[in-house]
Design a binder for this molecule. Structure first.
Ligand code: TXA
Ligand code: MG
Length: 406
């Protein structure tokens, strides 16, 4: 596990905010004693900020409906967006699911390869154990077995499955350190375990095994830390050739009026657009920073775009120095106007930096517009590209811009 030190700016802001009378949340060092304390706290119906290798989770006892309802309340999350449940053993996963023999085989292969780790598998739920209310009234449950030692201990000590969505306000940026959790939930009585920066800093990949008549599929509901090729490879290694792996994540085709409306109002209103009907909780605007964000792919664009004057209030979220090379030293644009997801174009590094940089972008003074280098155009093909595109599109709500010098 990487052990990156806490960011000084985060610590400074935390120290300022933690003594406010309205602040109820607190960050605890992850000593064994504190993990036990958080486990007791959770078992009494309270909420814990849980570090994982992907992003931090807002954790409650999955068997305690009242506690799980607090998660929806604190996050402002609609009940049609189901929670995933975290386990610390395959037996625990079995205890809350009802698998048939066909599910069992593929589940066995995938869990053996990817668990513990950043893969969430949607399975038929044991509804005697898990309330439908946290499953968006459906009969499946997304299960994840995290590898992060603190998450594992918290589940082991609690000895119950733990429901945990990402620990951010609904539609805000996913948290990759304990301070991000604190800043979104400081007015709520939660105890946050400090597990430093999350290793992947990108959510788990969410998949569903679907067997219908003669069609056998693994559907990827949400692209994440594990790529499509990783899943295809393990199927092949296990001589499974009759399953197709299908990514449901795709670019949605908004019409020109919709793009115009979003661009002009920088609006959040299209958030009720579900990106695909099969995957609940996949909304258009998600993972968004509080700043106006646009995507730049060049000035030769036909669709509706915002025209932005090149000026020092822009923060470029660059890739492979592409925008840097184009705009540095023009109209007073300096080094400080750029952060680069990966200066040498490494997709894994881009994933690790993506949410962290969006959080940093919100904190940088005198910057009020984010412009992403269009990864769709400028990133080479690789299995993480679709994950990154998904997050970039959602962070900018698909809005594009052109840039005018002078
Ligand atoms: O990496 C992660 O998965 C993190 C950490 C904390 O484990 N958790 C996380 O949870 O990202 P959340 O709720 O923010 O995202 C889970 C996604 C949501 O889009 C939800 O709609 C979808 O998974 N999901 C959960 N249960 C589902 C189900 N039964 N069927 C379809 N989609 C489901
Ligand atoms: Mg989330």
């Amino acid at each position: 596990m990487e052990n990156i030190e806490d960011d000084e700016n985060d610590i400074k802001k935390y120290n300022e905010l933690k003594s406010l009378p309205t602040t109820l949340a607190e960050i605890l060092p992850s000593t064994d004693l504190n993990i036990r304390l958080c486990s007791d706290y959770l078992l009494k119906g309270n909420i814990v900020g849980m570090p994982t290798e992907t992003v931090y989770g807002l954790a409650a006892n999955a068997f305690d409906l009242k506690a799980c309802e607090k998660i929806f309340e604190y996050k402002n999350r609609p009940f049609n967006d189901p929670l995933i449940v975290h386990v610390c053993s395959i037996e625990m996963a079995h205890s809350i699911t009802n698998l048939n023999s066909q599910d069992e085989k593929i589940f066995g292969i995938l869990s053996k390869k990817f668990w513990p780790g950043p893969l969430t598998i949607i399975l038929p739920a044991n509804l005697n154990k898990i309330s439908k209310k946290i499953l968006a009234n459906g009969d499946t449950v997304g299960i994840r077995f995290p590898i992060h030692p603190i998450a594992k201990k918290l589940i082991e000590y609690s000895n119950v499955p733990i429901a945990a969505p990402s620990a951010n306000k609904f539609c805000h940026i996913s948290p990759v350190n304990p301070y991000h959790v604190f800043f979104d939930f400081k007015e709520y009585p939660i105890k946050i375990l400090n597990g430093k920066k999350s290793e992947f800093s990108m959510e788990s990949t969410v998949i569903k095994i679907e067997i219908k008549n003669d069609s056998k599929k693994i559907k990827i509901f949400r692209m994440g830390a594990i790529g499509k090729e990783d899943i295809e490879k393990v199927l092949k290694e296990n001589n499974v050739f009759d399953f197709e792996v299908e990514a449901l994540v795709k670019k949605i085709n908004l019409n020109q009026n919709e793009i115009k409306e979003l661009t002009e109002n920088n609006s959040n209103e299209k958030n009720d657009i579900t990106i695909n009907q099969e995957a609940p909780g996949q909304f258009l605007k998600h993972y968004s920073p509080k700043l106006n964000a646009y995507i730049y792919s060049g000035n030769d664009i036909k669709e509706y775009v915002k025209e932005i004057k090149l000026n020092s209030s822009i923060l470029f979220i660059d890739y492979n120095k592409i925008l840097y090379n184009q705009f540095i030293n023009i109209n007073n644009i300096k080094e400080e106007n750029f952060i680069d997801l990966s200066k040498d174009g490494n997709p894994e590094e881009c994933m690790k930096n993506f949410y962290d940089y969006l959080h940093k972008a919100e904190e940088i003074k005198n910057k009020d517009i984010i412009i992403f280098c269009d990864l769709e155009k400028f990133m080479k093909e690789n299995q993480h590209k679709l994950t990154l595109l998904d997050r970039m599109w959602k962070a900018a709500s698909f809005k594009k811009c052109i840039i005018k010098e002078n």
